[in-house]
Design a protein around this ligand. Structure first.
Ligand code: B12
Length: 480
């Protein structure tokens, strides 16, 4: 039996906000390890003892402070994380990675190695999957696991020979051996539910502040949008959907063991500029983290009907595409307690939509938005600016379009081409020096135009101030 600590590195904390949700990737690895007789716990190093989320503007403003943490590698925050990891006395430590947190993993893993070289360290998750040479940068990490980590991690900590474990990258004689991507887990219904109890590093009294109401019902996404890491992180051809029965079982389990009676506090909306922060009570809203929750219409209708019939009374939110809706789905969503649909519109310019392979037009999107409105389902509109070659006119089209869809909340981002996306590869091929940028810059709350020199400051400002749009209507609900 191995003692394993799975770590979600600091990120929002460094931006002055907090993130108290259970990171599902490592929660799945932990429950799988525990099912196989190991002792695996989760440590969310991004957790802060607080209930406040910074609003979008604050996140943008805190970018300079954020960058300073990476220059100050002896900052007490890094030492605190290292000390908490070591206080668990782990034999194995596993980090979950996005591109933006790779630098944090570097700082922490170096410190852990310096104090206790016997602890074996592993990296998994999106960045580890997309960057097969990541061990060359992370010199204190022993193994990298590509794509789904349940089986590979279990084999590693069970002391199987890493050379023979599919999915693992290891070092030998100064070079890397890559065993290839981990095989697809075909039946995701039968995976144990993600770990929701074993949290290291937070006092028991704060345990109830951990948001464990994230649910993953789909692994993968059949689309190939050029700005998204999913097509490469997951295999587009092997998108797997859990059965509605298995999803309902997880909802029931959540309700029985973790659900809070408290309601969301909408009084402070992140859209209302005089308020700095938004207070949220956790475990009062299920978050379906799937890329496109509605991707399979027949299945989602069955699931929504089951939610209604079961009378679960649990409010929820999800991510979807506007073209994967119909009137019946929207009505069922309303009846089944949908509090928010997060729609990735991205742009209001058909030229840009086609360039980024969104496979959707603004006309189709408007139709989807209208159906949600008719069924009284609140939705957030996600928009981006700063694509290569995008002009002021394109952004103005986005601004007009965004106003037309009348979302309940606007989330606005300046494009950060994520490592491993089609867009990133194209840009590097065309001579952009993205590969020279620090990893920690690859997230979308950085206000800088990274790969566009055509959009004027004024138009970008107008775009970003769409965030204030529904200030006028305080009845509309802010960010959730
Ligand atoms: C839900 C979600 C969020 C949530 C919650 C994140 C969380 N920590 O739980 C929120 C909204 C907070 C969020 C924030 C961000 N996200 Co996000 N998010 C997602 C989303 C939609 C689903 C993630 C998920 O739960 N998947 C389900 C689980 C089961 O899958 P998984 O995490 O990949 O885990 C499996 C494997 O990767 C692996 N694995 C994962 N970790 C580990 C660790 C070890 C040791 C091992 C062995 C294996 C392993 O095994 C797991 C089980 O098989 C993905 C897109 C996607 N479909 O994957 C984007 C995605 C991961 N996010 C992304 C990004 C960029 C961000 C942000 C940086 C955005 C920003 N603010 O600018 C932040 C970073 C947050 C952070 N704390 O670091 C990108 C990452 C791309 C990249 N190259 O970096 C993705 C891929 C989206 C995209 N469109 O490209 N995100």
């Amino acid at each position: 039996m191995a003692k394993v600590l799975l770590v979600n590195p600091p990120f929002y904390r460094l931006l002055g906000s907090h993130y108290n949700a259970n990171s599902l990737g490592i929660a799945y690895i932990a429950s799988y390890l525990n099912k196989h007789g190991h002792e695996a716990w989760l440590y969310n190093a991004d957790y802060l003892s607080d209930k406040k989320y910074s609003n979008l503007k604050k996140l943008f403003q805190n970018f300079t402070n954020y960058k300073n943490y990476f220059k100050d590698t002896e900052n007490t925050l890094w030492h605190e994380v290292k000390d908490k990891i070591l206080s668990f006395k782990p034999e194995w430590v596993g980090y979950t990675s996005y591109t933006a947190n790779v630098s944090a993993i570097k700082i922490i893993s170096d410190k852990v190695r310096a104090v206790n070289p016997d602890v074996k360290q592993v990296i998994g998750g999106v960045h580890a999957t997309l960057d097969k040479n990541i061990l060359n940068t992370l010199t204190s990490i022993d193994y990298s696991i590509q794509r789904e980590g349940e089986e590979a991690m279990t084999s590693l900590v069970s002391n199987k020979d890493p050379k023979n474990i599919p999915g693992v990258v290891l070092r030998k004689n100064g070079s890397l051996i890559n065993n290839g991507i981990a095989p697809v887990i075909k039946d995701i219904d039968n995976l144990p539910m993600p770990e929701r109890d074993k949290f290291w590093g937070i006092p028991l009294t704060e345990r109830k502040n951990v948001d464990v109401s994230y649910i993953n019902t789909i692994r993968g996404c059949p689309y190939k949008c050029t700005y998204c890491a999913s097509p490469f992180h997951w295999d587009r051809k092997t998108t797997r959907l859990r059965s509605p029965e298995s999803v309902i079982e997880e909802m029931r389990h959540l309700k029985e063991h973790y659900w809070h009676a408290t309601k969301y506090d909408y009084s402070a909306s992140a859209n209302i500029s005089e308020k700095d922060t938004l207070k949220i009570e956790d475990n009062t809203l299920v978050y379906f983290v799937d890329d496109v929750f509605t991707v399979h219409k027949k299945r989602v209708k069955k699931l929504l009907r089951m939610m209604i019939d079961e009378k679960l009374g649990m409010r929820w939110k999800c991510e979807a595409r506007a073209d994967h809706l119909d009137e019946e789905i929207c009505e069922l969503m309303h009846e089944a307690g949908c509090e928010r649909v997060k729609i990735g519109f991205e742009s209001g310019s058909n030229r840009i939509l086609s360039q980024i392979k969104k496979l959707e037009t603004r006309e189709e999107m408007l139709k989807g938005a209208a159906m949600l409105k008719k069924a009284k389902v609140p939705f957030s509109g996600y928009f981006m600016a700063g694509f290569p070659g995008e002009t002021d006119d394109d952004v103005r089209e986005t601004i007009d379009f965004a106003k037309k869809v009348e979302a309940d909340y606007y989330s606005l981002s300046v494009l950060a081409p994520y490592y491993g996306t089609e867009l990133y590869e194209q840009l590097v091929e065309n001579g952009h020096s993205l590969d020279q940028q620090p990893w920690e810059y690859f997230f979308h709350q950085s206000p800088k135009l990274m790969v566009n020199d055509k959009i004027s400051t004024k138009v970008l400002e107008d775009f970003l101030s769409l965030n204030d749009l529904n200030n006028k209507d305080k009845k509309k609900r802010g960010y959730i």
